[in-house]
Design a protein around this ligand. Sequence first.
Ligand SMILES: *Cc1c(COP(=O)(O)O)cnc(C)c1O
Length: 409
Amino acid sequence: MLLEHLQRQLREREAQALRRHVRVAESPCGVYQRITRNGGDANANGQPLLTFGSNDYLGLANHPVVISALAEGAARYGAGSGASHLVSGHMRPHEILETGLAELLSPCVPHAKALFFCSGYMANIAILSALGDTKATIFADKLNHASLIDGALLARATVRRYPHENLASLTAQLEQCDTPIKLIVTDAVFSMDGDLAPLPELSALAERFDAWLIIDDAHGFGVLGPQGRGSLAHFNLCSERYIYMGTLGKAAGVAGAFVAAHPVVIDWLVQGARSYIYTTATPPAIAHALCASLQLMTGEEGELRRTHLRQLISLWRTKITALTRAQPQIAWQLTASQTAIQPLILGNNDAAMVAASQLEAHGIWVPPIRPPTVPVGTARLRVTLSAAHTPADVERLIGALSREAQVTS
Ligand SMILES: *Cc1c(COP(=O)(O)O)cnc(C)c1O
């Protein structure tokens, strides 16, 4: 019975062009990757594909300094942590990392303490389930990341969702709210559109209604603001009301995540966040490697990489805009994004799958993204740019898109 039930659902997904397949990267995360599928080569000639699909925005995932720090961390502290943080798994590199992250975020969250998590998913679950008790209302943007949605499901708080970036709706919901604790929660950079949340306005609302602002900066940390300190620094914002979540597997190039917030908030997460307490601490070598990658990210090399990334973003947007002007029949659309996430919206699922396989025939890999990751009717090619790309790489993608647009029109 179970198998029939599942097989029926799998067939339905297939029919709607919604079935997902895992691909295997045979080479490190980088600009060129050899990618296989179902045991065979995905691309006929087995050539590495020019990829625009990772969140390794600064190109640190395969950086020699970070790799050797990982090896050194393993040599010094072993492969595994052996236990959860509260038992015996919290090791010196975890502690050094948390201190460094707290210091880095302190211009945005005064007196912040930081807590390291195995992943951003687990950090978001922790924040919402531990702070969202029956005395609280959670106000969530409808396009928030799945991990925030799941965290809200685990919380015992009242949950209200407001239309994407709609401050008037949020204001009305805050006015109606009668719980003593109010938690506004938003992606800082929306993961599938690349647009920035209106953090100054959300911040003003938090102030006005005595609410707290939970910020998921998975795509802003390392990319935006001085030293890559993130979206709050980008807007020059500072308040004790912020509960800041940054991930460490994207721009920071390794793995994990952290929450930086008021010391009382962090102390409570240590007591009450089940996804912090009931899981084995991340291997210490990862924390050691992160200390090295944060040093690169916040230093001169990080600044140069961010400048280069901004130039690529502007090149991409200028050229794609010109192309759509010149060929009005082109169906894809840019989003209002100034960040490294630069998707082309195609609409239906098939169109996105076809466009991805056409690019693959040109030796280029851009992941197609379909519902439920994005709203129905907004399937897209999620182009992400990295400081590891060259202008010539971006030109090659634009050239292939332009040729395909001419063929299909
Ligand atoms: C990737 C992502 C997460 C999850 O972070 P992981 O460390 O990959 O678990 C959370 N929020 C957003 C917006 C993300 O894009």
